[in-house]
Design a protein around this ligand. Sequence first.
Ligand SMILES: NC(=O)c1ccc[n+]([C@@H]2O[C@H](COP(=O)([O-])OP(=O)(O)OC[C@H]3O[C@@H](n4cnc5c(N)ncnc54)[C@H](OP(=O)(O)O)[C@@H]3O)[C@@H](O)[C@H]2O)c1
Length: 295
Amino acid sequence: MDHPRILVQLDSDPHSSVFDAVVAVDSEIDHLLQYADVEPTNARGLVHGAMFTRGPAQLRHTAIFIGGSNVAVGEAIAREVQQSFFGPVRVSVMLDGNGSNTTAAAAVLCAARHVELGETDALVLGGTGPVGQRVARLLLGQGAKVRLASRDLARATAACRQIETQMGKNYDQTLTAVGFADDRSAEEHLAAVTAVFGCGAAGTTLLNAAQMQLGANIQVAIDLNAVPPEGLAGIAATDKAVERQGRIDYGAIGVGGLKMKIHREAIKTLFTRNDLFLDAEEIFEIGQNLEAARA
Ligand SMILES: NC(=O)c1ccc[n+]([C@@H]2O[C@H](COP(=O)([O-])OP(=O)(O)OC[C@H]3O[C@@H](n4cnc5c(N)ncnc54)[C@H](OP(=O)(O)O)[C@@H]3O)[C@@H](O)[C@H]2O)c1
């Protein structure tokens, strides 16, 4: 018997994400089982239902997607899910709370179309949020130098430490915490970098038009905010590799096409084995393969 592909969607919000559900349905699954209001403490029972219902050879036909708008809760659910497995009795898992992993992967891969990441000095504005931290993580993984910026230096420093803990690595040569609060910050950092990523909260301006002028060496600028006003002044949400002032610009919708492709491909990948855990780095690698196939 051919076992249908079942995706179990675990979401910490009161209503599980429609966005994630639509992408799942578009990713060649057969059944979507949706669970809302999931907490780390009740994830184990749900996981047992997924792992004890099919024989070992069939477990790759069941997989778990963890989403939800609270990324930290999603991460806690993911830890609980992983601790629920034992030996070969497991199913593959994808973590993409609030789209943070797929969005960060797509943003970094859009930049990689235009610059050599290993030679890039990047400024990640809004770097303390889930997307910004992942953008920083992925850039560091590719050998880039990263300035992780927050309006508050202490928050930037805490985010840098958190990245080092997550990656089990010290990035003291390549990762710098930046307090980015005013024109002086812009003067200090913008001329020194070759790429800028706007990862601030929706509808917030991170760089105004005058500050954008200071980035004379910036080769690629990516603004992930889709809600007016622009996060990086002058970059439209629909920009996709638009040449402007000597740079290549992407807006949130311009990055979105690749993000959607990566999300769908990651869901399909879940069903190739029963022991995958797809977090930012693994999802980025799936995106790299898509980009290589496109070239
Ligand atoms: N295209 C997509 O599918 C997609 C998916 C997910 C997210 N996104 C977008 O990606 C961006 C980042 O997402 P996220 O969830 O990581 O964002 P977030 O957590 O809401 O915010 C990120 C950071 O923005 C900074 N911030 C908050 N209010 C600000 C203000 N008024 N002015 C300047 N900075 C402010 C905060 O950093 P500090 O307080 O440390 O300065 C915060 O940590 C958002 O614009 C989001 O809409 C797009």
